[in-house]
Design a protein around this ligand. Structure first.
Ligand code: AP5
Length: 225
C-alpha cells in the first residue's frame, strides 16, 4: 500500500448490479474520479475512433473487448492522473489478466488500492434492472423507469438532454453479457477475495440503502466521506 492519500477503488459485479449508480455517489462524496471503461468505450464508439470501431463488434455481441486493448487504454487513463491519483474503477478489471496488469501498473506508480467492492445481486434482479434502465449518453448517469425515475420521463435531471436505452440492454444481449461475466469476470472474486480490502455489498436493497453501505465500507478503510 502506498503512502499516497486518496481513494482508489475497484468496483466488481455483474452487469446491472449498480456499479455505475454507486460510482456516481462515491464520486460526489469523495471527489475521486469515476473511470468507467464502458463509458470510455461508448464515447469512442460514438466518435468512431479506431478504438471505438474495434470495440463496437464485441460490445454489440455482449462480449468483453480483448485484454490488450483495455489494458493499454486504462494504463493511459490511470498514469495520466499522477502521484495523487484518486479514482473509482467502474468495470475494470474484468479478467484475471486485467487485474494482473493493474497490479503491475499500480506498483510502477507506487500506488495501492484502498478498497475492492463486490456488488452482489441475483439474476432476476439484474435482468429487471437492465430492462428498465435509461442512460444519459453524455455523462453515463443511469436512471430506472421504476426504481430511480427521472423527474420527467426520458429527460436527464441534470443536463435536460435526452435519455436513451443502451442497445446492449436488449434481453438476448444481456444473457450473453451475463455468460461473459460468469466465464471471465467471476474468477476475480477468488483473485481478490482474500484481500483485507475486499468487501461484499448486498445490492438487493434500495439504491439509498446500498449507498449507505458503500460509504460505510469506504469509511472503514480510513477514507471517511
Ligand atoms: P459496462 O458499461 O461496464 O457495462 P456492465 O458492467 O455490463 O455494467 P452496467 O453498466 O450494465 O451495470 P452497472 O453495474 O453499472 O449498473 P447500473 O448502476 O447502471 O460495459 C459495457 C460493455 O463494454 C461490456 O459488455 C464490454 O463489451 C465492454 N467493456 C467494458 N469494460 C470492459 C473491460 N474491462 N474489459 C473488456 N470489455 C469491457 O444499474 C443498472 C440499473 O439498475 C439502473 O437502471 C439503475 O438505476 C438500477 N439500479 C441500480 N442499483 C439499484 C438498486 N439497488 N435497486 C434497484 N435498482 C437499481
Amino acid at each position: 500500500m502506498s503512502a499516497s492519500g486518496g481513494v482508489r477503488l475497484v468496483l466488481l459485479g455483474p452487469p446491472g448490479a449498480g456499479k455505475g449508480t454507486q460510482a456516481k455517489v462515491i464520486e460526489e462524496r469523495t471527489g475521486a474520479r469515476q473511470i468507467s471503461t464502458g463509458d470510455i468505450l461508448r464515447a469512442n464508439r460514438d466518435a468512431k475512433t479506431p478504438l471505438g470501431v474495434e470495440a463496437q463488434t464485441y460490445m454489440d455481441a455482449g462480449q468483453l473487448v480483448p485484454d490488450d486493448v483495455i489494458i493499454k487504454m486504462m494504463d493511459g487513463e490511470i498514469a495520466a492522473m499522477g502521484p495523487n491519483a484518486s479514482f473509482i474503477l467502474d468495470g475494470f478489471p474484468r479478467t484475471v489478466g486485467q487485474a494482473q496488469a493493474l497490479d503491475t501498473l499500480l506498483a510502477k506508480l507506487h500506488l495501492g488500492l484502498t478498497g475492492i467492492l463486490m456488488f452482489d445481486a441475483d439474476r432476476s434482479a439484474l435482468i429487471e434492472r437492465l430492462a428498465g434502465r435509461w442512460t444519459n449518453p453524455r455523462t453515463g448517469r443511469s436512471y430506472h423507469a421504476e426504481f430511480n425515475p427521472p423527474k420527467v420521463a426520458g429527460i436527464d435531471d441534470e443536463d435536460g438532454g435526452d435519455l436513451i436505452q443502451r442497445p446492449d440492454d436488449r434481453r438476448d444481449v444481456v444473457v450473453d453479457r451475463l455468460a461473459e461475466y460468469d466465464a471471465k469476470t467471476a474468477p476475480l472474486i477468488e483473485y481478490y477475495g482474500k484481500s483485507p480490502l475486499f468487501v461484499r455489498i448486498d445490492t438487493l436493497k434500495p439504491i439509498d440503502a446500498v449507498s449507505h453501505d458503500v460509504i460505510a465500507a469506504i469509511s472503514k478503510n480510513g477514507h471517511a466521506a
